[in-house]
Design a protein around this ligand. Structure first.
Ligand SMILES: Cc1cc2nc3c(=O)[nH]c(=O)nc-3n(C[C@H](O)[C@H](O)[C@H](O)COP(=O)(O)OP(=O)(O)OC[C@H]3O[C@@H](n4cnc5c(N)ncnc54)[C@H](O)[C@@H]3O)c2cc1C
Length: 584
């Protein structure tokens, strides 16, 4: 087994951000990370218990979905299985799993029931994450042992009716008393575990409407805390989503979480750090859907053959498999970056959320299609999975907002580099030699990146991966060039150019996923030999083929598109109030 213990990322710069600069920071992913052997042992035990507990509950999960709730006894059983203690350190009676290990557990629960994953995931990924990341020793000692047993279930309270994607605009506010305590007022909506939680992480303005936010720990038992009825949802119906209200709630001074006025930073750190939970869950659901589709495709006969023999069905199975492998790879990398103490993984984490949630959406849709009419019937699991997985593209930051974040954060470093060049050019007149030096370095690096000699290499990969690696390396060079052209064209106005930003982000996502998959398959080749990696090499080919096409289309669309017409058409439809045509 290769040494893949949490280690290097600490010293390494963000591999995803490097792509925007034309840099391939492959060292961060090589050898491909794996879960430490001692943790693997614990995980095997946990996974076996989950299988025993959940595998024959298919009918129950269907009932919970129809009823829109998890019975009390069922949640008690989740507690006794230790599923609320997964990431709590052992010193506080938790299981102390790493982010990667936690993602693997949610993978297993998600094979059976997304609502169960959400109940335990909202508790760990977001509900108590601020306490783990920013809590004082006293706060941890007071709450973590009770959170580990599930005596207290946790919820994360950020969203409000007027504040969704624009999370900084919350109206819930807390006013400080003379004794240092706070009075909290406001209402949060769509809070997962809202009705069952005893521990709330709440974000409120502490300096007036336009001012800064602070995070607070709030207990359900405190006077003035109340929750609304369960929301009637499209999917993940058995999970408990409610409003949470705070009416003149007195919050003791010691319940501020993180620094006063730094609540936005705390909330974003929680969401970034929690992404492997959602990622692991999506991978588990994909694996289950692939199993179901394989059974359906081999058993169902039409035109005298099993439908698995038709090319159109084979293509779906291959695509589903490749998407799942790629998703598992990027989730593993993000888990590793977090576990190894990197403080610059938010772009990778956002990429994983976007990619994996959309991969599951495609896989669920194709699985339903392979099942034909059965797929549409409630008797079968497909329609529930499709309903359940739709939320992944909306919560924990919508995929639109995350794409903007990825594109703009990624381009920031290129913007800085361009500024240096601009400064160097100015300096030409004062200090020609120095100025020309900067210009020559920069220009030769950029021109070089597009040539076979100057192009950055993803080194250390097996020869058998050479042609796919070349596609990836060329893509990285083209991305850097496209970023530079885009920034030169729009300059500060890039902030308003959402389609250009999205295209750049999508290219970077495909490249980063490619990087993760190449690193993973390379490590497998090193471990097992190339002859034992035939299917992995097929996955690489399938992925390279469709990401190459998508990358190429996105890069072309940066220059040649119908954006202006598209915006004008949208404006017209918005003004008309609707579609406006009829055949009558
Ligand atoms: C089942 C469920 C559970 C949830 N659980 C929790 C929870 O536990 N805790 C919590 O705090 N919240 C929770 N949420 C809230 C969730 O995080 C928000 O729904 C999400 O952040 C999106 O906010 P919104 O719904 O107000 O959409 P909006 O922000 O109104 O967005 C609507 C659409 O506009 C797009 N959009 C918005 N701004 C821009 C922009 N600048 N540029 C381009 N497009 C834009 C969005 O991408 C989206 O497509 C939950 C929601 C649901 C449905």
């Amino acid at each position: 087994m290769l040494d893949t213990s949490p280690r290097k990322a600490l010293q390494l710069a963000s591999p995803a951000k490097g792509l925007f600069l034309g840099e391939i920071r492959g060292e961060a992913l090589m050898p491909f990370p794996s879960i430490a052997p001692v943790e693997q042992e614990t995980l095997r035990f946990v996974i076996e218990s989950i299988d025993k507990f959940m595998a024959d509950k298919g009918e129950d999960f269907r009932r919970f979905d129809v009823a829109g709730e998890q019975p009390h006894d069922y949640v008690e059983e989740l507690k006794s299985l230790g599923l609320f203690s997964l990431i709590i350190p052992e010193e506080f009676s938790g299981l102390g799993l790493s982010n990667s290990g936690y993602a693997r557990v949610l993978q297993q629960t998600s094979r059976y029931d997304a609502s169960t994953s959400l109940t335990i995931g909202a508790h760990s990924s977001i509900g108590m994450k601020a306490l783990l990341l920013f809590g004082t020793p006293e706060q941890k000692a007071k709450y973590l042992p009770r959170l580990a047993t599930g005596e207290l279930i946790a919820a994360f309270c950020l969203t409000e009716s007027g504040s969704g994607s624009d999370a900084a605009s919350v109206k819930t506010h807390a006013v400080k008393n003379a004794d240092g305590s706070w009075v909290l007022n406001g209402e949060k909506i769509w809070i997962t575990n809202g009705g069952t939680a005893g521990f709330f992480t709440v974000f409120a303005k502490t300096e007036g409407d336009g001012g800064k936010m602070t995070g607070f720990i709030v207990e359900r038992e405190w006077p003035g805390v109340s929750t609304g009825p369960k929301e009637d949802k499209m999917g993940i119906r058995a999970s408990c989503t409610t409003t949470v209200r705070f009416d003149n709630v007195r919050v003791p001074p010691e319940c501020v979480i993180g620094e006063e006025g730094k609540g936005f930073k705390v909330a974003m750190a929680v969401l970034n750090n929690g992404r492997t939970g959602l990622g692991g869950g999506c991978v588990g659901a994909m694996k289950r859907l692939i199993e179901l589709s394989v059974a359906q495709a081999t058993q169902r006969k039409q035109f005298g053959k099993s439908i698995a023999e038709f090319q159109l069905i084979k293509d779906k199975i291959a695509t589903m498999t490749a998407l799942c492998f790629a998703s598992e790879s990027i989730v593993s990398v993000v888990g590793h970056l977090i576990d190894s103490g990197s403080d610059d993984f938010s772009v990778e984490a956002a990429m994983s959320k976007v990619y994996v949630s959309e991969a599951l959406w495609t896989v669920a849709d194709e699985a339903l299609q392979i099942a034909g009419g059965n797929g549409f019937m409630r008797e079968f699991p497909y329609e529930r999975v499709v309903r359940d997985c739709r939320i992944n593209r909306i919560f924990e930051g919508t995929n639109e907002i995350l794409r903007l974040y990825i594109g703009l954060s990624g381009m920031k470093d290129s913007g800085e580099a361009l500024k240096d060049v601009a400064r160097g050019l100015k300096g030409i007149f004062n200090d020609p030699i120095k100025g020309f030096g900067i210009l020559t370095d920069y220009a030769s690096k950029k021109v070089g990146q597009l040539t076979p000699i100057g192009r950055e290499r993803f080194t250390g990969l097996a020869e058998v991966l050479a042609s796919d690696t070349l596609v990836f390396e060329q893509g990285v060079a083209k991305l850097a060039q496209a970023v530079e052209a885009t920034l030169s064209r729009y300059r500060k106005g890039i902030i308003e150019q959402q389609l250009a930003t999205r295209r750049v982000a999508d290219v970077a996502i495909d490249l980063f996923v490619g990087m993760c998959v190449l690193a993973r398959v390379n490590t497998l080749i090193q471990e097992r030999g190339v002859g034992a990696c035939t299917d992995e090499l097929r996955v690489v080919k399938v992925l390279t083929n469709f990401s190459r096409l998508r990358i190429s289309n996105n890069l072309k669309a940066l220059h040649k598109n119908a954006d202006a017409e598209s915006f004008a058409l949208a404006d017209s439809v918005l003004t008309k109030g609707g579609y406006g045509w009829d055949v009558l």
